[in-house]
Design a protein around this ligand. Structure first.
Ligand SMILES: NC(=O)c1ccc[n+]([C@@H]2O[C@H](COP(=O)([O-])OP(=O)(O)OC[C@H]3O[C@@H](n4cnc5c(N)ncnc54)[C@H](OP(=O)(O)O)[C@@H]3O)[C@@H](O)[C@H]2O)c1
Length: 319
C-alpha cells in the first residue's frame, strides 16, 4: 500500500488532503509539532501521527524514509523575514535534499498566487518573496533529479473552517463598523475541497514533460469568480444574516491608516489577524495570471463560492 508524508497535514487544507488520501486507502504519515493538533484526524484508517520538529533534517529524513510521495503544506502568514525564510525557503531546501537522498518520486508543494515568476524578489511582500524562493529551490531540485514536482498556487481558500469569511462574519457580529484596509484588492477564492482534490490528483497523475526536461507542473488554483475584499466582507455578513443580512458599514481605509491598523494588530496580544506584510501582499491582485494552467488541467471544475459559503456561514449563530 502506498504511503504519503503530509507536512502541514493538520491544517485547514491538509486535513482535507489527509481525509481524501485515507478514503483512497492510502497510508498517511503526518508530522506535527503537537500530536493534539491531529486529534480531529485520529479516526482515519492508515494514519500515523509523528510528533516532531520538521525543521530537524534528520527527523525529516527519518519521516520520509519509505514514503512514495510528499505533500508540503507548511507555511506561515505572519512573522519576520527570518521566520518566513525558515518556513518557506529553508524547509524546502531540507525537503529537496531529503527527496534527492531517498529518491522520493513525487512532491506536491503548495505555494501561493502572487509569486512573481520573472523576478521572485520583486513580489510585494515577504510572504510572497519567500514563497517564490522556496519554489525556485524545489524547481532546481526537480531539474537535478527524476522527481516529479507539482506546485499549486491558490488564491484565498474558502471552506467551512476557513479563517477568512468566518473571520469577517465574526468581526461584524461584534463590531458596529468594519474599517477595512485593502478594500479594493481582488481575489478569486477557491474551495478547499477543490484544492485538496488537486493535491490528490497531482499525486495520481504523472507529469508529461518532454524527455530531458524537468518534470515540473505549476498550476494556479482559483475559483470561477473574482471579488474585491470589500465585496467578500459584505458577502460574509449577508450569508451569515448579520444585522438582518445588511452587515456593517464597511469603511475603506486609506493606505496610511490601513498600515497603522495593521501595525496595531501586529502588536496586539493574541493571534495576529492582519499584518503590514499581509497588506503588502494585497498590492498585487490575487487572481489568475492566465499564463499557467488552472485546476481544469487536473479535471476539476472549480466550485463557486456563494452556494457553499451560504451553507456553512448560515449554520454559525451570529449576533
Ligand atoms: N488558506 C489560504 O487561504 C491559503 C491561500 C493561499 C495559499 N495557501 C497555502 O496553502 C498551504 C496550506 O495552508 P493552510 O491554510 O492549510 O495552513 P494552516 O491551516 O495554517 O496549516 C499549516 C500547517 O503547517 C504547520 N505549521 C505552521 N507553522 C509551522 C512552523 N513554523 N513549523 C512547522 N510547521 C508549521 C501546522 O502544523 P502543526 O501545528 O500541526 O505543526 C499547520 O497545520 C500553505 O502553504 C499556504 O501558504 C493557503
Amino acid at each position: 500500500m502506498k504511503s504519503i508524508l503530509v507536512l502541514g497535514g493538520t491544517g485547514f487544507v491538509g486535513s482535507q488532503v489527509c481525509e481524501k488520501l485515507a478514503q483512497q486507502g492510502l497510508c498517511v504519515v503526518l508530522p506535527t509539532r503537537r500530536s493534539s493538533n491531529a486529534r480531529h484526524l485520529q479516526h482515519l484508517p492508515g494514519l500515523t501521527v509523528l510528533e516532531m520538529d520538521v525543521h530537524d533534517e534528520r527527523a525529516l529524513s527519518q519521516a520520509a524514509a519509505g514514503q512514495d510521495a510528499i505533500v508540503n503544506l507548511i507555511a506561515i502568514l505572519h512573522g519576520d523575514a527570518a521566520a518566513f525564510d525558515k518556513a518557506h525557503v529553508v524547509l524546502p531546501q531540507k525537503l529537496a535534499r531529503v527527496c534527492q537522498a531517498q529518491a522520493i518520486g513525487k512532491l506536491v508543494h503548495v505555494s501561493a498566487l502572487g509569486v512573481n515568476d520573472a523576478q521572485p524578489g520583486a513580489a510585494p511582500s515577504e510572504y510572497l518573496r519567500s514563497k517564490g524562493r522556496g519554489e525556485a529551490v524545489l524547481q532546481r531540485a526537480a531539474a537535478e533529479s527524476a522527481m516529479e514536482l507539482t506546485i499549486l498556487r491558490p488564491s484565498v481558500i474558502f471552506g467551512a473552517k476557513d479563517q477568512f469569511l468566518n473571520l469577517f462574519a465574526r468581526l461584524q457580529s461584534v463590531f458596529p463598523v468594519m474599517p477595512l484596509a485593502g478594500a479594493n484588492a481582488r481575489f478569486q477564492p477557491v474551495w478547499v475541497d477543490d484544492v485538496a482534490t488537486a493535491i490528490v490528483r497531482s499525486l495520481e497523475r504523472s507529469i508529461n514533460s518532454p524527455s530531458g526536461a524537468p518534470a515540473v507542473r505549476i498550476l494556479e488554483a482559483v475559483g470561477p469568480d473574482t471579488y474585491t475584499l470589500k465585496e467578500l466582507v459584505q458577502m460574509a455578513a449577508q450569508l451569515s444574516s448579520i444585522n438582518h443580512g445588511r452587515g456593517r458599514p464597511v469603511i475603506a481605509l486609506p493606505d496610511w491608516m490601513g498600515r497603522l491598523q495593521a501595525l496595531l494588530m501586529e502588536k496586539a496580544p493574541g493571534p495576529t489577524l492582519m499584518s503590514r506584510d499581509n497588506l503588502d501582499s494585497m498590492k498585487v491582485d490575487n487572481v489568475a495570471t492566465g499564463t499557467l494552467p488552472g485546476l481544469e488541467a487536473l479535471g476539476i471544475t472549480p466550485a463557486r463560492l456563494e452556494p457553499i459559503a451560504r451553507e456553512y456561514l448560515r449554520k454559525t449563530p451570529r449576533a
